[in-house]
Ligand binder design. Structure first.
Ligand code: GAL
Length: 663
């Protein structure tokens, strides 16, 4: 297993390098990521390359058995690029260009930038292709910014639309440009929709897709060069988990595997649902394990800094990711820099360069992970439950949330967190994926619903699958026009409902006009709950009602329904319930109908996850709380970190982790 740090030798005097390498080796580290922002160090003047310093660093690291991932350095353009080619700086909406001096400053359509990027990539690839300890590449850094509004971007957008739609007539129809007299007579009339709150929603969605495609194209140019010159090396990129300016499925398609940057330590300690969810999204992009390319090492911040990971937390955070499929662990960063914007983004070592507490905890983690590595090899998470994770719906809801507070991620998190608490693993999948491997599919806020996907979901239920949908399901088609059918459209039979009317309970984004409805649950969902934010006036046709509204005018409508359709079940929740317990009961009911049993039933704040292959099953148990927790586990198995044989319960210390070999 590769475990190590993001290392910037160019930030430190050469006399220090050997101490760094020694300390890394002593910590059990065997990988570093190098050269991430070092374009100017490698090409100080246009066309003049200097790789000697990096050769020396690599040779030194090799003596300590440390391998390297090199980065294409294009996330920071050298000052000479901006000066010689001002069109490479992204243009803002006011027509001015970004002032050079931060990073991610570039326009992705500027020909000069693309050529310069290809040249440094090719020069690096040629130079380092035979370096014995180079094993792979990271493209750029955290694609996703900035958005450029220059004329070249606009013209490229027009070209992209022409390729997509073929004729202007098709585009006018797809965007519904008859509204407000916005029809186009020539391609050249098409503008960049700069304001997603006021411009045509269909144009806004296509612009977002185009912007994503631009980043994917930029990366692909680099990947092609790296594959041609260094076919023996892997190519990855450091993505950002739940970040959603780009379609990560597309960005990941050109990579060997996905890596991501995990910074969960902010504010008061909490249950890290999001870090688990992000890990599952990352694993889902290529349906394979991933690396952590930047792992929290200390308080982070550019001006002010955040919380310090507490004793045990660095190890626990790393184990959470391994439990969800991380096969590589790289901490950001080795040593806290004394200069520049990230002086307060703390590494494993402080400014003083000493191997103190955080370094020692990472070393302990490395030792633990190395001890497990043979058993981990070839294992991954195999979930029987999937959650549809859809960038089109994320984007379209951002353009028109419908009700105040509606974000795709809030909807996903209500479900994801309940599945986490229930102790089941989840796969995050595309709407176009095959649903049949799963016993249950959750589709929260699946707002953009092409007919093909609706039919596939309906067939899935008919053939025995269990489907969950909620408020705002299937409102839009793929071009962001409203379907001209009664909701939930093609899912009406599978869900056994119709929705003729709906409303927002909070249309004013927190200005005090919001209201709620009381909800009464029946059977296993018995209890009183609160409907918040949204209410779809759901009329059951064939579905049974599991929860009702008590308000006089809402009594004919259902808050929650369950429908037998063919061999499967379709659930629909027409509102957002305020109480967490409701979701726990709902998930329990859905899992029971899907015949899914939990891995274990963990106490609050304890997470369970299983990695397995044909021969082995490894149960990870993680205590995210600051008090000891006792968990029921299978007896007579080996806990691999201590070598002890389990009893029927296991007590984990605060932030404690255990890995039990079930098979
Ligand atoms: C990440 C980035 C790193 C570093 C870190 C702290 O987003 O990839 O290079 O900047 O944040 O700001």
């Amino acid at each position: 297993m590769y475990i190590g740090v993001d290392y910037y030798p160019e930030h430190w005097p050469r006399e220090r390098w050997e101490t760094d390498a020694q300390m890394m080796q002593a910590a059990g580290f065997n990988i570093v990521r190098l050269a991430e922002f070092a374009w100017v160090n490698m090409e100080p003047q246009e066309g003049r390359f200097e790789f000697g310093w990096l050769d020396d660093a690599l040779a030194l690291l090799a003596r300590y058995d440390i391998r390297a991932i090199l980065c294409t350095p294009t996330a920071v353009m050298p000052a000479w690029v901006a000066r010689a080619y001002p069109e490479t700086l992204a243009m803002q909406t006011d027509g001015t260009r970004i002032v050079w001096g931060v990073r991610k400053n570039n326009c992705f359509t500027a020909g000069a930038y693309r050529l310069l990027s290809e040249r440094i990539t090719r020069a690096m690839a040629e130079h380092f292709k035979d370096a014995p300890n180079v094993i792979g590449w990271q493209t750029d850094n955290e694609f996703g910014n900035p958005v450029c509004h220059c004329d070249t971007c606009r013209a490229t957008f027009q070209d992209w639309l022409r390729t997509k739609y073929g004729t202007l007539e098709a585009l006018n129809q797809a965007w519904g440009t008859h509204f407000w007299g916005h029809s186009f007579g020539t391609w050249g009339e098409i503008q960049i929709p700069v304001d997603r709150n006021t411009h045509n929603p269909s144009a806004c969605l296509d612009w977002q897709r185009f912007y994503s495609w631009l980043n994917v194209r930029f990366q692909r140019d680099q990947v092609q060069i790296l594959r041609e010159i260094c076919p023996q090396h892997f190519v990855t990129h450091n993505l950002m988990g739940l970040f959603h300016e780009l379609d990560y499925y597309d960005l990941a398609a050109d990579l060997d595997f996905v890596s991501w940057d995990n910074y969960p330590v902010w504010g008061k300690p909490d249950i890290p649902y999001k870090a688990a969810e992000a890990a599952d999204v990352m694993r889902g992009l290529k349906k394979r394990n991933f690396w952590i390319m930047e792992q929290t090492a200390g308080p982070g911040g550019w001006g002010s800094y955040g919380r310090n990971p507490r004793p045990g937390e660095i190890r626990k955070i790393a184990f959470q990711q391994v439990a969800h499929g991380a096969d590589g662990m790289v901490w950001f960063r080795w040593r806290t820099c004394t200069a520049g914007r990230e002086q307060y983004w703390h590494g494993l070592l402080g400014h003083d360069g000493k191997g103190l507490r955080r370094y020692q905890e990472a070393a302990q983690t490395a030792a633990d992970l190395h001890s497990l590595s043979t058993l981990l090899e070839g294992t991954t998470v195999k979930a029987s439950v999937a959650l549809i994770y859809d960038y089109d719906s994320i984007w379209a809801l951002r353009i028109q949330p419908g009700y105040a507070g509606n974000t795709y991620h809030a909807a996903v998190e209500r479900i994801y967190a309940a599945l986490f608490r229930a102790g089941v693993n989840v796969d995050m999948i595309k709407p176009t994926d095959d649903f049949t491997p799963y016993r249950a599919v959750f589709a929260p806020d699946l707002y953009v619903l092409p007919d093909t996907v609706a039919r596939a979901l309906s067939d899935y239920v008919e053939n025995g699958g269990v489907l969950f949908c909620d408020s705002r399901t299937g409102v839009k088609d793929e071009t962001n026009l409203c379907h001209d059918r009664t909701l939930p459209g093609l899912l009406s039979d599978a869900l056994g409902i119709t929705i003729e009317e709906y409303e927002s309970l909070d249309h004013d984004w927190g200005r005090g006009l919001s209201f709620t409805y009381a909800v009464q649950g029946d059977g296993d969902l018995a209890g009183e709950y609160t409907a918040t934010q949204t209410a779809e006036w759901v009329q059951p046709t064939t579905a049974e009602t599991l929860a009702t509204y008590t308000e006089w005018h809402m009594q004919p409508f259902a808050a929650l329904t369950r429908n037998r359709f063919g061999k499967g079940w379709g659930y629909f929740l027409g509102t957002n319930i305020g109480e967490e317990a409701f979701y726990d009961r709902l998930i329990a009911d859905i899992l029971a109908h899907a015949d899914v049993t939990a891995i274990a039933t963990p106490p609050e704040g304890v997470e369970v996850s299983v990695r397995e292959n044909g021969d082995r099953r490894l149960l990870f148990v993680l205590n995210h709380t600051e008090t000891p927790q006792t968990v029921s586990v299978p007896a007579g198995k080996t806990e691999l970190l201590t070598g002890q044989i389990t009893d029927t319960t296991l007590t984990l210390d605060r932030y404690g982790v255990a890995v039990i070999q079930l098979r």
